[in-house]
Design a binder for this molecule. Structure first.
Ligand code: SAH
Length: 250
């Protein structure tokens, strides 16, 4: 069976891969061949005697910068016509569920992991690469960032999640809303009961409760995600329920 996604990770620490991606759901996707993940040692593309991949920054300043030649040679050794080349960088486009979904449609991803103070600016320019950030904080290297990107992408590939692990309702996929609260057994834990409606077996009411809970949670925690339509929907639901004895979602 041919893989749904091929990914080459370019790093000076190839032994870090697959790392946590080798476990659980992503691990299964790898062993079943749904995903081919290959770690490429950038050091193998160093050309000088010392196999150096970094050097002092022009203009001075602390730390070292990854040299362009080995990184570009490594990219060019794996890239194909259809590849999306992603440079892990805190200055990049922020990873979102939308970007993950887009990347899941790619056939080949090349993820380039920086170290030290980052990668020579010219790498991105000559390799038509996109910079991707996993959030507004600075890591010591791009490897964990690449794993985060891959984890988010791999679980979106068809057949990776079983229907029992279905992802459609999850935070950021449920039409841009956070997910409703989830409960499992026991029915009562430390005096806190699972909302009765979830025990009712009434699918339509459960669905309505979850929708409203997702809207409320998003309004309370991430109002920036709420659209005008969401707000109108929530107001409508609240008007309908005014005077209703039903418990409010936590
Ligand atoms: N001097 C750089 C930080 C370099 S951190 C700056 O201030 O922008 C070293 C490497 O870690 C980067 O090259 C990048 O590959 C990776 N990295 C750090 N933070 C990251 C983030 N938020 N998202 C993605 N990659 C990150």
């Amino acid at each position: 069976m041919s893989a749904l996604l091929d990914a080459d990770v370019l790093t000076i620490f190839p032994h870090m891969f697959p790392g946590p991606l080798g476990d659980s759901i992503t691990g299964r996707a790898l062993t079943e061949g749904l995903v081919h993940l290959n770690a490429v040692d950038v050091r193998g593309f160093a050309t000088d005697r010392h196999r150096s991949t970094d050097d002092y920054p022009y203009g001075g300043g602390p730390g070292m910068v990854m040299r362009p030649e080995p990184v570009v040679a490594a990219i060019e050794s794996v890239r194909r016509e259809s590849s999306r080349v992603l440079l892990m960088s805190p200055a990049g486009q922020r990873l979102t569920q939308r970007l993950a979904t887009e990347l899941a449609a790619a056939q080949h991803l090349v993820l380039v992991c920086g170290r030290y103070e980052g990668i020579d600016e010219r790498v991105g320019l000559v390799s038509d690469a996109e910079e991707v950030s996993i959030g507004d904080f600075v890591l010591t290297g791009g490897e964990l960032a690449a794993m985060v990107v891959l984890d988010a992408v791999i679980r979106l590939l068809p057949g990776v999640l079983s229907s029992a692990e279905a992802w459609r309702d999850e935070s950021h996929a449920l039409a841009g809303l956070l997910e409703y609260p989830q409960y499992t057994r026991p029915v009562e834990f430390r005096g806190l009961r699972v909302p009765d409606i979830l025990l009712s077996g009434h699918h339509a009411q459960v669905a309505a409760w979850r929708r409203r809970a997702a809207l409320v949670r998003t309004r309370d925690r991430r109002p920036d995600l709420l659209t005008a339509d969401h707000l109108a929907e929530l107001e409508r639901l609240e008007r309908l329920e005014a005077g209703d004895a039903q418990p409010r979602p936590a």
